[in-house]
Design a protein around this ligand. Structure first.
Ligand SMILES: *Cc1c(COP(=O)(O)O)cnc(C)c1O
Length: 366
């Protein structure tokens, strides 16, 4: 049996006629950049996310950068980010001229540790970026409490967590602003690069709009130097079609994760924790195992694609070598780096495929 890591093709086939029509309309109307289709998507996504505003942009990395700028982060500031995440989270901090300061993650949840955030605060700290990694909301009560006590901004990186909730509230609505990626493989994915930001603050939303369009407020009225990070019409049309199906797909991901968890329950493997107060939307399904390389190879030989998210925690990447971090600085992130393994996860995965993956996994581990 061949099991891909993600299967974007079967999803396309399930909505083909609706999607082809939506894309053809954009071309017919030559609505290539911005315009009504983008505005309609922004409104629909703001509503879905429980936020007052959504501003679409070119990709999820730009979204972090623009949201940081819009909430006032800039040169000389420090921003606390998790040690374990995709590089964009820290990269965007550097791009706005600020310094990323790493904090440890929680051992079972993989999200940023609020106690370590507090230890990393200095008089230059301006903001915190919690990442809802793998689709699990970060521990927002603790994080917001630290932020309030130290008067820090919070920018949530929701790239992997469309529709996730923490204690009944949608992620992205706890802090001052939030960023989303609509990269094709994300839970809500375009057919190319795309991103978006949400916020409940009118002034922040206005600044986001100004930044994405060359600092203009109205045509040729450039208040500042911004950039070009507009969203394409075709991507907005794709996202609008897919947004109508996101809840069904998210429920399917959650059901798949529960099926995996049930099969792995007595295996001795570390499998994902689902806190009862959170809606984990399973962008990725990550287990921890010994002999990972051997197991990956074995699964590969049985036709099962797997991944590692992420092979090296940020402080230990060459790009951040100049910060001089030692393994003992982030023992949890460092310790799990050789054990984490992402199993196939997408809405269309069948129960039969899940059993096949678990059988293959357990035949080598036990
Ligand atoms: C995908 C991702 C991003 C970046 O999104 P792009 O659209 O690829 O630029 C940022 N943060 C996290 C956690 C991601 O997973």
């Amino acid at each position: 049996m061949k099991i891909p890591f993600v299967d974007l093709k079967s999803q396309y086939h399930s909505i083909k006629s609706e999607m082809d029509q939506a894309i053809a309309n954009i071309i017919e109307n030559t609505a290539f950049v911005g315009g009504k289709v983008v505005k309609d998507f922004e409104e629909a996504f703001a509503q879905y996310s429980g936020a007052k505003h959504c501003v679409a942009c070119a990709n999820g990395t730009d979204a972090i950068e623009i949201a940081l700028r819009a909430i006032g982060v800039g040169p000389g500031d420090e921003v606390i980010v998790p040690a374990s995440t995709w590089i964009s989270t820290a990269e965007a901090v550097s791009t706005v001229g600020a310094k990323p300061v790493f904090a440890e993650v929680l051992p079972k949840l993989y999200t940023i540790d609020a106690a370590d955030i507090e230890r990393k605060i200095s008089d230059k700290t301006k903001a915190i970026i919690p990442v809802h990694l793998y689709g699990l909301p970060a521990e927002m009560d603790e994080i917001m409490e630290v932020a309030r006590r130290h008067d820090l901004k919070v920018m949530e990186d929701c790239a992997q967590a469309h529709g996730a909730t923490y204690k009944g509230q949608k992620v992205g609505t706890f802090g001052d602003a939030a960023s989303f990626s609509f990269y094709p493989g994300k839970n809500l994915g375009a057919y190319g690069d795309a991103g978006g930001m949400i916020t409940n603050h009118d002034d922040v939303a206005e600044m986001m709009r100004i930044i994405i369009d060359h600092g203009q407020k109205g045509k040729h009225n450039h208040l500042i130097e911004g950039r070009n990070s507009r969203l394409d019409g075709i991507q907005a049309a794709v996202l609008t079609v897919k947004l109508k199906h996101i809840e069904k797909w998210t429920e399917a991901r959650i059901a798949n994760a529960k099926a995996y968890n049930a099969l792995l329950e007595n295996s001795g493997l570390t499998f994902p924790v689902i806190p009862d107060y959170s809606r984990h939307v399973f962008h990725l399904y990550v287990v921890q195992i010994d002999n990972r390389e051997q197991i990956m190879e074995n699964l590969g030989s049985k036709g099962i694609a797997t991944g590692i998210h992420y092979p090296t925690p940020l402080p230990y990447l060459k790009a951040y070598e100049h910060y001089g971090h030692a393994p003992s600085d982030f023992p949890v992130s460092y310790g799990q780096m050789d054990n984490i393994l992402s199993l196939p996860m997408f809405p269309e995965l069948t129960k039969e495929q899940i059993s096949y993956v678990c059988d293959a996994l357990l035949s080598v581990t036990v």
